[in-house]
Write a protein that binds this ligand. Sequence first.
Ligand SMILES: Nc1ccn([C@@H]2O[C@H](COP(=O)(O)OP(=O)(O)OP(=O)(O)O)[C@@H](O)[C@H]2O)c(=O)n1
Ligand SMILES: O=P(O)(O)OC[C@@H](O)[C@@H](O)[C@@H](O)CO
Length: 321
Amino acid sequence: MEPEPPGASGPAEPGPRVRGVRGAAHAASASVLSGAEAEPQRCALAVAAVLPAGGSGERMGVPTPKQFCPILERPLISYTLQAMERVCWIKDIVVAVTRENMEAMRGIIQRYQHRRISLVEAGVTRHRSIFNGLKALAEDQPHSKLSKPEVVIIHDAVRPFVEEDILLKVATAAKEHGAAGAIQPLVSTVISPSADGCLDHSLERARHRASEMPQAFLYDVIYAAYQQCSDYDLEFGTECLQLALKYCHVKAKLVEGSPDLWKVTYKRDLYAAESIIKERISQQICIVMDDEEDVGRLLEETLKNELNVSTQIPSLTMSKR
Ligand SMILES: Nc1ccn([C@@H]2O[C@H](COP(=O)(O)OP(=O)(O)OP(=O)(O)O)[C@@H](O)[C@H]2O)c(=O)n1
Ligand SMILES: O=P(O)(O)OC[C@@H](O)[C@@H](O)[C@@H](O)CO
């Protein structure tokens, strides 16, 4: 039997924080959208996010639901929350978790000082979890500190490498079209098997795309779609964009996303995510080394922030190259 990924036997004690290395990308994409659209909050476009995190991670094949599996001793979901929190124009982040994981989730929020997070109970399917998250944002919620957004972003809690530029693109496109979602080229051809397990037909790969996350919607559109949704769709559906089309006749704008938007599903994905995070940490340290004079103090700081390591480093000054 394949060795368990490190720490797969229970929700993890959180580990390092990773800062985005794509500040430049955000600046670039924000400037792409001129004027008021650049940062929705400036034009009072209220944006919230719903993160379904109530799954069991069956395909991962470990006792711990994958969103709580540790990567460098920190639960996967905490990386995704940090990526969403970095985006100052997302006002509220609603996370759907199961009742039994609610305490573990509160521990993670506290340990990593996650901000703007509200928890709701997940549903037995992903669509039901998302619907519960949307309900929490509805106007008619008594004593709720949340307010109804104009645009809501839906993003899987197990897709940690989401950057501000794609969130900005789908949010802006949703404001214009009613719905929008990130897509990626297919790497494998999609085929349709017949009942006897043989090939019935294959789809022309170049004419199809993989539907990734994040997705964004005018709140009223997607909430109305879920309110009308059949039990069958809530039970077996996998595509929120399809609900907006089927129940509200809103054709989503498709936005080319980066390959980083992939979803952690199998054990191999945890290892892949770990190496990406390690690479980003080393990039972060390189950036510090390049820019600053008192490397000692900054290495100390970076190690503290990035790897949770407290150590004394003698003051080192580097002559600017
Ligand atoms: N009842 C459910 C099922 C899934 N999800 C969430 O939806 C996202 C995408 O689902 P998926 O990758 O299918 O996660 P799991 O259902 O956990 O995985 P598996 O299908 O392998 O069991 C995940 O963040 C998962 O936690 C959810 O909120 N509620
Ligand atoms: O069906 P799953 O729960 O595995 O995945 C849910 C979504 O991530 C998946 O359907 C995307 O393609 C986006 O819609």
